[in-house]
Design a binder for this molecule. Structure first.
Ligand SMILES: [Zn+2]
Length: 832
């Protein structure tokens, strides 16, 4: 049904009222004033005038009139003034368009309407004459429900917030952005004074963010206020937030050891924090470059400087701080720092090439010695009195004379200055997510736009696919920080997986029932239950568990879903845009498709939670990050679409298409993180050519001396009720090595729990390191790595709450660590 109140201002003909007719898209339904007789028509199907329904009525110029057209699959009807004026039978496709317009038609709009339209209604069914009459006599009611705050950060009553904290507030519905201002959204310090700040609102996430214009004070209380009532924040209809919302938090007591310097102008710097967190270096503060000063820097031992331009005053501050003993790691530094870094700058650059780590250097020891790819632009320097930790290569086998990573000792106070000639953060993002300029392109020769199209074929050198190239570069950064800071204090880190696991299989399957009958989700889950050891613990990842992505009308019943979810399996949504689209669609279009299918899915599976992980049919991925944003707005926070594919390209090569072994947040095109984790699907039953070779290679490289740790995703389709040869092989090989097999949701719970855990209060005094940890409930089995070497010698005693803590000694990527299970508490480590 299409309905509107119409007031034409002239006798203009060939004008659209509303609908979706587009010639190139096989016509479509539209209320239209025809080009010949100038009467209201309902177009149906393709461009065949004879098929259309002629209302027989000419618009009344200068007068409001209510018009409506319906089609019930057999008969088209036209109503004027609430009365049926014409009808005719129609069979066939009414059209395939997705180009909806008011007052125009065609993909390139034309047929512009003259006059006014009001109270436009579109239904996905044919209204009766009585219903049309009711609509005619009732105006569309304005929505009058006030907006509600659904989330506020930092959490009310929380402590330990970063001095660079940017409070956020999320609403349950779209907000009028002009109502969210520095007056209606404020941060106040302990005296009640308003902290100068900027405020921004994202309609995509319905979240407002407040960015203070100075670093917050340590150990101080702050209150955030979102104004309700008159003059307060309002939704898109002008409904005011009912009451003022306030919440309070306290900043961390003192600076942590590491400062990450970001830049609002170049937001890739904010991804540095994502890298440190993934590597378990949890104790850092993030602050915008505008805030750095000698006083601020004096609180930190290590500064990781993201890609940013610097003022001469900032160069002076950083130089003075390094002279005084500070440890600087600069990513694609401003060339004003060249002297401090011991480098000679040029204007030449080299993009998207290779580097080779010198494994004979202390920081390079334990990192892969083969050439590996970086992405983005590297500046070409020559070495002054710095040493090269890694060298740029123009190809996988051709060295250049330019360093990729350098280190220089500065002055007599133990200061050191290191540089990555390229922006490590951008490189990690683009190694993981592909080439942004290829986003939305169909490139791999297999119908459908997928993530691998952004890699195909030269972005990833498949001869390097066995190496987690992004991870190795992240670990070089961590090694540099750890080695550089060894004269100040040993830096503890969280391990990647529970209980010291070096690998985990993340099992899943897509189930295309009911189209592919009878569906195999229940069979697959039963089979995994059979393969699980008797008496196994789900929470300790001892049982074989998996995810299955299903359609809303899957053959899996709501009752079955409830039972399997209670047993620790995950049932998620398999969104479908269509069978392997070759054209991008917008974020709004994708969101609406997700909404339709998700509401059907939720209506069917009422007994289980809304999905938190997702893989789309054909792993459709229309552009750089729209799908991640669509997922985030709908509570889906782990994405399984990055998929090793297709067979002729990487099918015979086990490894890391994304260069990373663990889930990390997506980054937007700007580099700003999106709170949805990318989990690589390394193994698929439509591209993995040899299950045994692939799983064994992945697991052995993770468990063995290469240290290519990872969470390895698998899509072994749950379409059929029979044992899946790929799933059987993967589970058998994992179990033979003691490697857990878990669902995507179990992995997300762990990643969120690890992310929410903290290492704080690092203090070095008189040969002893003390720190406190909080371990989130989701991070069951968390382990800590503590360097064995400290400023005053080797670790000689470790205790918590006065009790000795047992540890093992392991060398991880060239650095010796004490490794132990950690819980919430205070720790004391003596080095002598
Ligand atoms: Zn599918």
């Amino acid at each position: 049904t299409l309905e509107a109140w119409v007031k034409k201002s002239s006798a203009k003909v060939d004008v659209a009222v509303l609908g979706s007719w587009s010639n190139a898209q096989a016509g479509g339904p539209m209320i239209w004033v025809d080009h010949a007789g100038g009467r209201y028509y309902l177009t149906l199907g393709a461009a065949s005038f004879a098929d259309y329904l002629d209302s027989g009525r000419t618009p009344a110029v200068g007068q409001w009139e209510h018009i409506a057209a319906t089609y019930d699959g057999a008969t088209a009807r036209f109503y004027v003034g609430g009365v049926e004026v014409a009808s005719k039978p129609f069979t066939g496709n009414v059209g395939n368009t997705n180009t909806w317009r008011l007052g125009a038609y065609e993909a390139t709009p034309t047929g512009f309407f003259d006059g006014q339209l009001d109270n436009v209604r579109i239904y996905d069914r044919a209204l009766t004459a009585a219903e049309v009459a009711v609509d005619m006599s009732s105006r569309i009611q304005q929505e009058t429900t006030p907006p509600v705050v659904t989330k506020a950060t930092p959490a009310d009553g929380s402590s330990g917030s970063n001095a660079g904290t940017t409070p956020t507030v999320t609403f349950n519905e779209p907000m009028r952005s002009s109502s969210i201002t520095t007056t209606t959204f404020q941060l106040k310090d302990g005296t009640g004074a308003v902290v100068p700040a900027t405020v921004a609102y994202s309609s995509a996430t319905r979240t407002a963010t407040l960015t203070p214009q100075s670093a917050l004070a340590y150990g101080s209380g702050y209150t955030v206020t979102v104004q309700g009532g008159a003059g307060g924040v309002a939704d898109n209809f002008g409904n005011l937030l009912a009451a003022t919302t306030t919440w309070s938090f306290t900043t961390e007591a003192s600076p942590p050891d590491i400062l990450v310097v970001t830049s609002t102008a170049r937001p890739f710097g904010s991804y540095v924090g994502e890298i440190l967190k993934n590597e378990g270096l949890n104790a850092f503060t993030t602050i915008d470059v505008a805030f750095i000063s000698p006083a601020l820097l004096s609180g930190f031992d290590v500064v990781v400087l993201g890609d940013t331009a610097l003022t001469p005053a900032q160069v002076t501050s950083l130089t003075g701080w390094v002279d005084g003993g500070g440890n600087l790691v600069a990513l694609r530094p401003d060339k004003q720092l060249a002297g401090l870094l011991g480098l000679t700058a040029s204007t030449a650059t080299r993009s998207n090439a290779y580097l080779k780590v010198d494994t004979a250097t202390p920081a390079g020891a334990g990192i892969v010695g083969a050439t590996i790819q970086y992405h983005g632009t590297a500046d070409l320097y020559t070495l002054g009195d710095a040493t090269a930790v890694a060298t740029l290569y123009s190809s996988a086998s051709t060295a250049t004379t330019n360093p990729a990573v350098t280190l220089r000792s500065v002055g007599t106070n133990g200061g050191q200055a290191a540089a990555f000639a390229y922006d490590l953060a951008r490189s990690v993002v683009q190694t993981r997510q592909g080439n942004p300029s290829w986003a939305g392109q169909e490139r791999d020769g297999v119908t459908g736009i997928r993530p691998d199209d952004m890699f195909y074929s030269t972005w990833l050198n498949t001869a390097k696919i066995d190496i987690p190239q992004a991870d190795e570069q992240q670990r070089l950064l961590v090694n540099l920080i750890t080695r550089m800071n060894a004269d100040r204090m040993p830096l503890p880190r969280f391990w990647y997986l529970p209980r010291g696991e070096k690998a985990v299989v993340v099992m899943s399957g897509d189930d295309h029932s009911p189209g592919n009958a009878p569906g195999g989700t229940a069979f697959a889950f039963d089979r995994f239950e059979e393969l699980s050891p008797p008496g196994c613990s789900v929470v300790d990842w001892e049982c074989v568990r998996s995810s299955s992505y299903v359609y809303p009308d899957s053959t899996l019943t709501n009752a079955q879903a409830a039972a399997y979810a209670a047993a620790g399996f995950e049932i998620g949504q398999h969104p479908i845009v269509s069978s392997c689209p070759t054209a991008p669609i917008t974020e709004t279009q994708l969101g609406s498709i997700f909404d339709t299918q998700l509401s059907a899915w939720r209506a069917r599976y009422t007994s289980i939670p809304s999905p938190v992980s997702s893989r789309t049919h054909c792993v459709y991925w229309p552009d750089w990050a729209s799908e991640a944003k669509v997922e985030l707005a709908r509570g889906i926070r782990l994405d399984a679409n990055y998929y090793h594919y297709p067979t002729p390209w990487i099918g015979a090569r086990p490894g890391f298409m994304t260069g990373g072994g663990f889930p990390m947040r997506f980054a937007d095109t700007t580099g700003a993180p999106i709170d949805v984790f990318q989990q690589n699907t390394n193994l698929t039953d439509e591209s993995t050519t040899n299950y045994l070779l692939h799983i064994d290679t992945l697991l052995d490289n993770a468990l063995g001396p290469n240290g290519y740790y990872g969470a390895f995703g698998a899509n072994m389709h749950t379409d059929d009720p029979q044992p899946h040869p790929g799933a059987e092989t993967i589970v058998e090989e994992a179990q033979a090595r003691g490697v857990p097999v878990i669902s995507y949701k179990q992995l997300l719970d762990w990643v969120d729990g690890r992310d929410a855990s903290t290492i704080r209060g690092l203090t070095w005094a008189a040969g002893s390191l003390s720190f406190t940890t909080t371990v989130d409930a989701g991070a069951r089995g968390m382990q800590l790595l503590l360097p064995m070497q400290g400023p005053s010698g080797r670790l000689s005693a470790l205790s918590s709450g006065g009790q000795p803590v047992a540890y093992t000694v392991q060398t991880i990527k060239g650095i010796e660590y004490a490794v132990f299970g950690v819980s919430t508490g205070a720790y004391q480590a003596t080095y002598s």
